[in-house]
Write a new protein. Structure first.
Length: 304
């Protein structure tokens, strides 16, 4: 493996090159395969088949089997540009491993900006981004900005994620501290409680990593199976989920339709997630289909 190291410094570069020629040869041998510390941080290193390093700007260009380490994290790729003690970009077959967060990452391109001495900074990844945590929690998108130490993120473009028993598909999403939001949600699923909703936007809160509240608005659709295991399709303007109460409250032209033809309309519908029952509150009307003795269908309605 051949190492190429080029130093740039001032107008007397030719003379400078002559003076360091012997040193460069020694370095090329020592760094074959190449391990080159760049910057003052002893925990940061760059290796590659070829490295061009500018001693004035402290920036490097690396190509071929690039490996960059910083503290307990490692990034691999085809090419890299920048300064590993401040910020750099890696392109081509990018993958990363962040031991402290137990996270792996793959993407077409990443930019890694360093934080303070107490922070690992943040990653901006694009092109088929996939982030996996504990092998179960996953996030994929066209673009992700990820805060390494906290795990906070913002993602956009074909966002598809799983978190504990939840699954989310949307156009854009963000998670920060004890809150999250998403827009143009095509699926927000609780696989444990067996319900799925879609809406124009959702906002939620978490406590110790558990989702405790979700508010969904605009073009709301909720699908679940009731206590008779019949599929129920609920629509409305707004839904509020409360983990403490174990309910999903749908308001604004709320309407529920079961697969057996029963329809419930009311000002507010309250779905009890454990009992799988639904309460109609305010101007409620229930329409259902019943069979008479002759086997003909009849419609019956009840208004409260």
């Amino acid at each position: 493996m051949h190492a190429v190291i080029i130093f740039y410094e001032g107008p007397d570069i030719m003379l400078y090159r002559q003076k360091i020629a012997a040193t460069a040869v020694v370095l090329a041998v020592m760094l074959t395969g190449i391990q080159c510390a760049v910057g003052a941080d002893s925990k940061a290193s760059l290796s590659a088949d070829n490295i061009n390093y500018n001693v004035s700007t402290k920036k490097a260009h690396a190509e071929g089997n690039v490996v960059i380490t910083r503290n307990d994290a490692t990034i691999w790729g085809d090419k890299a540009d920048g300064s590993i003690d401040s910020s750099f970009q890696v392109t081509g077959n990018v993958r990363g491993k962040f031991i402290k967060r137990n996270v792996t990452l793959t993407a077409g391109r990443i930019s890694w900006t360093a934080g303070t001495s107490k922070s690992s900074g943040f990653i901006e990844a694009s092109s088929s981004v996939r982030i996996t945590h504990d092998k179960n929690d996953k996030l994929s998108a066209d673009y992700v900005r990820w805060q390494i130490d906290t795990g906070d993120y913002r993602a956009r473009g074909r966002v598809d994620s799983t978190y504990k028993q939840y699954a989310l598909q949307c156009a854009e999403a963000s998670s920060s501290k004890n809150s999250f939001w998403a827009s143009n949600v095509t699926k927000f699923e609780n696989r444990e409680k067996r319900y799925t909703l879609s809406s124009g936007k959702i906002n939620g809160r978490t406590v110790n990593g558990a989702i405790t509240e979700v508010i969904a608005e605009n073009d709301l659709v909720l699908d679940y199976a009731d206590n008779e295991n019949l599929k129920t399709h609920v629509t409305g303007s707004k839904a509020v989920y409360s983990k403490d109460r174990g309910t999903i409250v749908i308001s604004g032209n709320a309407r529920a339709v079961r697969t057996d033809g029963k329809t419930v309309a009311a000002d507010t519908l309250v779905v009890h997630e454990d009992a799988r029952t639904i309460d109609a509150v305010g101007n409620s009307k229930i329409t259902f289909i019943m069979n008479d003795n002759a086997g003909r269908n009849k419609k019956a309605g009840q208004t409260q």
